[in-house]
Design a protein around this ligand. Structure first.
Ligand code: ATP
Ligand code: ATP
Ligand code: MG
Ligand code: MG
Ligand code: MG
Ligand code: MG
Length: 254
């Protein structure tokens, strides 16, 4: 087709290819989910249905992008890790982040009803998305450790904060003041002595977040035999220490 005289405007588009041979992370995060969670009656401090919906939406993303080796989610965020050598969208940063973010958001709405059968979203939820590059295996591990540590710190705080309000009868301001300047040990102690909650026995999904990885799982065939099939599975495990990486060496080596 002949080029129109307008064609030159394409040259205004900025080049945004990600550096080769580098881990690509796309992280999405809900916009204003403090408000969204309140307006949609999320249970505090943690609504399991909402977290499960996040995990469902993230699974849709991993089903679509075969070059993703791992995803990690907590609260209103999800991080998706592309293999270092992925050529998806020619590694164009905006293409990657917008496609991931858009699919995640539409899947979140698409599957809403399976987790909240009696209500509709009161307004269209929004997620932002960004692409970040990590050159070394240590960097990508530290990135994921950073997100899981964030999950732990926030969850311990929120669990204590809401126990003080819902079980201790404090106002949000009183609870906030009580927790000002406290360390992890102090919060564990408040939970245990005042509310008989052992933080370490709280559900793993809340304390550790969710890791999505592909695993070969046996599926039963119609003839009764079994076959191995790659499936995306959810795990709520520590990814800061070495154990997860030692038992999943395929994730960091190709
Ligand atoms: P921003 O637009 O800057 O991201 P935000 O209000 O989304 O603002 P975040 O720091 O992303 O703030 O925090 C997300 C908030 O959403 C949490 O603090 C919590 O109040 C709420 N939230 C997210 N997931 C859940 C959940 N499963 N159960 C209860 N509350 C949740
Ligand atoms: P890519 O993912 O590269 O964008 P694409 O299939 O979306 O691939 P486009 O160049 O964006 O390709 O073209 C969009 C196509 O969607 C059109 O060629 C047309 O076939 C179809 N389409 C979009 N809107 C309509 C519409 N309103 N009615 C009928 N067909 C439509
Ligand atoms: Mg924020
Ligand atoms: Mg948010
Ligand atoms: Mg967040
Ligand atoms: Mg198109």
């Amino acid at each position: 087709m002949a080029k129109s005289k307008f064609e030159y405007v394409r040259l205004f588009e900025a080049e945004d290819r990600c550096l080769p041979n580098t881990w690509i992370v796309v992280r999405v995060d809900g916009k204003g989910f403090h408000k969204f969670s309140t307006e949609h009656g999320y249970e505090k401090p943690n609504d399991i249905k909402a977290l499960s919906l996040m995990n469902r939406a993230a699974t849709s993303v991993m089903e679509e992008f075969k070059d993703m080796c791992l995803a990690y989610g907590q609260s209103d965020e999800y991080s998706f890790v592309f293999r270092k050598e992925t050529q998806a969208y020619s590694r164009r940063s905006a293409k990657l982040s917008t496609n991931v973010c858009s699919l995640f958001t539409s899947a979140f709405v698409y599957y809403w009803n399976e987790y909240f059968p009696t209500s509709k979203p009161r307004y269209p939820p929004v997620f932002d998305g960004r692409t970040v590059l990590y050159p070394s295996n240590q960097n990508i591990r530290d990135y994921l450790s950073w997100r899981q540590a964030d999950c732990h710190i926030n969850n311990l705080y929120n669990t204590t904060f809401w126990a003080l309000i819902l079980k201790g009868g404090l106002t949000p301001t009183e609870a906030e003041n009580k927790l000002k300047g406290t360390l992890s040990g102090d919060k564990n102690e408040i939970l245990f002595s005042q509310f008989a909650i052992n933080y370490n026995t709280e559900p793993e999904m809340l304390r550790k977040g969710t890791v999505l990885v592909r695993r070969k799982v046996p599926v039963v065939l119609p003839n009764g035999g079994t076959r191995e099939k790659s499936q995306i599975v959810q795990e709520h495990v520590d990814i800061i220490g070495d154990e997860f990486w030692n038992t999943n060496t395929h994730l960091l080596t190709f």
